[in-house]
Every structure is written in structure tokens, then in C-alpha cells.
Ligand binder design. Structure first.
Ligand code: PGA
Length: 252
């Protein structure tokens, strides 16, 4: 059975005090046992965040990781470094990494393989640009992103992967894919996985939707059968909003 997940991507927001107080706020929230809750603070605060979430249901994940195991790569963070402080999951391929840091499919596949071979699970992000959707190429673009990356992995890797479909035009713009657009794409993604592997693999992978999810639209998006949760940016910086989104994904 696939898992329901709500993950907060805090991006380059929150200094030390803000990170502490947001985590403490989140810890006061009710727990929905059928939803896995994740947060992704900035690198300097990961270790402290792991301490703060002890005895809570919150998991801490990294926003990124470098594609090489170690070496002269000033400013980068390795898989081994993350593992050594107790981080077991990382986001890879966020559209902001692709756009501002030129991470292409080749680099992303390198990252994915290195992470998985070191038992660092991944949330793999992908999604089309506005122009792709306007020209009705969104399915083709998404399929190519997957073919060049995660669909190259062996079947056993898939229990360490969560997918996050994030149409670029919906990230941080206030514009969300409609629930039907999200469902249609998630169903298509599951079909691509089915064709490359088998029914069990395609049915078991959690596919999150990301892009301007907020309390007012979360219920409808999460009610779709192939949407297993969300990767939340802006709304995850507010404890109350994040909690409402978690609640929206719970069947309890
Ligand atoms: P947003 O960001 O919720 O602010 O649109 C989503 C994301 O970038 O993962």
C-alpha cells in the first residue's frame, strides 16, 4: 500500500530562530497517523532539526545533495555528510535546482543513483513548463524527464522513491493545477511506471503534487485517487496552514 505524505520544502527561508520556532509550533499540532509528515529546513539547521523532532512524527529531509561522493566541490554537501548526521531522505530535481543551478537529467540521474546506493531515499521532482502545457506537450515532457532519470533504475530501487509532480508554472505563483489536471498527470505517471516495471511497482509508489497547494485547495487535490499527498513550499512556512494541509490528506 502506498503512503500518504505531506512534505514541507522550506527552501532558503527561515534563520535559526525561525527554524526552531516553526518546528516547535508544528510539534504542537495534532497527529494524523495515516499521513507521513516531512520538513526540509536549510542545510545549517538539519542536525538541530533532527534533535528537535525526536519523539514527534515529523521526518527531516534534505533539499538537495551533490552528485559526487566527495572532493573539491566548494560549497556542496555530500550524501555521506547527510547520512552521518542521520538524514535518510533528500529532495532531488526540484525545478529551482534545474532552473537556477542548471541541473539537467544527466546530473540528476547521477544524484539519484548515488543517493539510493547509499540508502538515502529520495523525493524526485519533475514537471513541465508553462510553454509545454500551452503547446500540449506536457505528457511528453514529463515522460522524457522520467525516462532520462528514474525509469532507468532497477525495480528494487522503487521502494526508496517518492515522486513529486510539480508543474513549474504552478510553483510559488499562486496558480495551481486543477485537481483534474493533477489527477490526469498522476495517472499518466503511474502508467509510465507500469509500462517500465509492473503493477505492484506502479501502485506502490507515492506520487505527490506540488505547486501552490494551500489549505483552500488541498482537500480537492488530495481527494484524487492518484494523488498521494503534496510537496508544499510557501504554505509549509506557516504552522497552521501546514497542519490544515496535513489534515486534508488524512482519512481519519
Ligand atoms: P509552492 O512551492 O507550494 O510555494 O508553490 C512548491 C515547491 O516548490 O515544492
Amino acid at each position: 500500500m502506498r503512503k500518504k505524505i505531506v512534505a514541507g520544502n522550506w527552501k532558503m527561508h527561515n534563520d535559526l530562530n525561525e527554524t526552531i520556532s516553526l518546528i516547535n509550533e508544528l510539534k504542537k499540532n495534532d497527529i494524523y497517523s495515516d499521513v507521513i509528515v516531512m520538513i526540509s529546513p536549510a542545510f545549517p539547521f538539519l542536525q538541530m532539526a533532527l534533535e528537535l523532532v525526536k519523539k514527534s512524527n515529523i521526518e527531516v529531509v534534505s533539499q538537495n545533495v551533490h552528485q559526487k561522493p566527495k572532493g573539491a566541490f566548494t560549497g556542496e554537501i555530500s550524501v555521506e555528510m547527510l547520512k552521518s548526521i542521520g538524514i535518510n531522505k533528500t529532495i532531488i530535481g526540484h525545478s529551482e535546482r534545474r532552473k537556477y543551478f542548471n541541473e539537467n537529467d544527466t546530473v540528476l540521474l547521477e544524484k539519484v543513483k548515488l543517493a539510493l546506493s547509499n540508502d538515502l531515499d529520495i523525493i524526485f521532482c519533475f514537471g513541465e513548463e508553462l510553454l509545454d502545457r500551452k503547446s500540449n506537450r506536457h505528457f511528453e515532457v514529463v515522460m522524457n524527464q522520467l525516462k532520462k532519470t528514474v525509469l532507468n533504475l532497477d525495480k528494487d530501487s522503487w521502494n526508496k522513491i517518492v515522486l513529486a509532480y510539480e508543474p513549474v508554472w504552478a510553483i510559488g505563483t499562486g496558480e495551481t493545477a486543477s485537481p483534474d489536471q493533477a489527477q490526469e498527470m498522476h495517472e499518466f505517471i503511474r502508467k509510465c511506471i507500469l509500462e517500465s516495471y509492473d503493477k505492484t511497482t506502479s501502485e506502490n509508489v507515492s506520487i505527490l503534487y506540488g505547486g501552490s497547494v494551500k489549505p483552500s485547495n488541498a482537500n480537492e487535490i488530495f481527494s484524487k485517487k492518484d494523488v498521494d499527498g503534496g510537496l508544499i513550499g510557501g504554505a509549509s512556512l506557516n504552522a497552521k496552514d501546514f497542519q490544515l494541509i496535513i489534515k486534508a490528506n488524512s482519512s481519519l
